[in-house]
Design a protein around this ligand. Structure first.
Ligand code: NI
Length: 393
């Protein structure tokens, strides 16, 4: 079956590159993926899948019927949205939409999803169960997966596979990771309210800027003293708003930040510690405060046996020297984790780096490029993993 899958994929290669370039030329913002979704729906319909549009707002769901011997359903997820970045690659198929670019490779994910659907639709009689393709919107704003799940995209799904491109892995190779792949990403908003006054008479005021400065420092120290050092946490305050004039003591400061963590227990304890530190400093100087800790997406925790499935499928397809078992997670975030609250799953990293280039620009860079030969690597890895799902223990 592997050689049959490879043969079909290789035949499709020119069409897949054309598809990827088309999607790359016409990127759409998160939640606005109308053209991309219509295009995806057209390709899925032409492969004979049952297609539902408008799932999760602008998402598309395609169901490929297997031969009915097994009622387990495997979901395959691809995200479709682009980023608000002005492309500077100079490629002939570069973005034709000013200020928008597929700089996170979601054009490749969509193409790999479509390619996998094309391949599997040709061997559908060999698949004991159904494969459900989830083309989701709005990954970059960490909402699309929740919208899809709310619309029933994961109903009766028993496992889910995903893929993300990775420029520091060479094209032709893939990376798998057991356990945590990405971090939980939460939003933090702290408001400190003091009392305004003359800059020359601080004793008659409550200086919200000075208190905020202590809060920022204390939060970093608190992480190093209250959190298990073997369980990483990153807290970054990325925005400070406050103050009216150089000679007026500020009565209000707002601190906005992001909090990343890998372990659920660590994550659960963070709102408590943050509030405690802010309260102790504000109370010392008579300031009022509000801490708003909003949970974003959870950490992607790859399932052990589904990661084994991906690893063994990729090793059979490409040889073990082209499959990396990644030693470290990333503290980036990925809303694939939202599907994992419904069913076990695993996401692999698809190498897209050019082997002959000194610099492979990182994700989200205006000059980010992918070696398109990776598309076939992605399609074969995904399609063969899917085929093996029902035959694998
Ligand atoms: Ni991405």
């Amino acid at each position: 079956m592997l050689s049959q899958i490879k043969d079909i994929a290789i035949t499709l290669a020119p069409r897949l590159i054309e598809i990827r370039r088309h999607i790359h030329s016409y990127p759409e913002a998160s939640g606005q993926e109308y053209q991309t979704a219509a295009f995806v729906a057209g390709v899925l319909s032409s492969c004979g899948l049952q297609v539902r549009e408008g799932v999760g707002k602008t998402g598309v769901l395609g169901e490929l019927q297997g031969n009915g011997q097994d009622d387990r359903i495997l979901a395959i997820r691809a995200d479709m949205d682009a980023l608000p970045i002005q492309e500077r690659t100079g490629l002939e198929f570069a973005s034709r939409v000013p200020g928008l670019m597929h700089a996170c490779g979601h054009d490749v994910h969509t193409t790999v999803g479509l390619g996998t659907a094309m391949v599997l639709s040709q061997i559908a009689q060999e698949l004991p169960g159904n494969v459900r393709f989830l083309f989701q919107p709005a990954e970059e704003i960490a909402q699309g997966a929740s919208w899809m799940v709310a619309d029933g995209a994961m109903d009766r799904v028993t496992a889910v596979l995903g893929v993300h491109v990775f420029p520091s892995i060479p094209a032709g190779s893939i990376g798998v990771r057991y356990g945590a792949l990405t971090a939980a990403a939460d939003d933090l908003e702290i408001t400190i309210v003091g009392e305004s006054g003359h800059g020359a008479r601080p004793h008659e005021a409550i200086d919200a800027i000075w208190i905020a400065a202590q809060v920022v420092t204390a939060l970093q120290q608190a992480i190093s003293r209250t959190q298990n050092p073997l369980r990483p946490v990153v807290l970054s305050i990325g925005q400070i708003n406050g103050g009216r004039a150089p000679n007026v003591i500020a009565d209000q400061v707002q601190l906005l930040g992001t909090v990343r963590s890998l372990h659920p227990e660590t994550r659960a304890s963070l709102p408590y510690w943050i509030e405690k530190i802010v309260a102790s400093i504000c109370n010392s100087y008579g300031a009022r405060f509000e801490v708003n800790y909003r949970q974003g997406v959870p950490s992607v925790q790859n399932d052990y046996s589904l990661t084994q499935l991906l690893q063994s499928a990729a090793e059979e397809a490409w040889g073990s020297d082209r499959v990396q078992v990644l030693p470290e997670p990333s503290l980036g975030a990925e809303d694939f984790s939202v599907y994992l609250e419904k069913a076990p799953g695993s996401m692999f990293r698809l190498g897209v780096g050019f082997q002959d280039r000194v610099i492979n620009y990182p994700l989200h860079h205006p000059q980010f490029e992918v070696d398109e030969s990776a598309i076939i690597t992605g399609v074969v890895t995904m399609a063969y993993s899917a085929y093996k799902y029902w035959h694998y223990n």
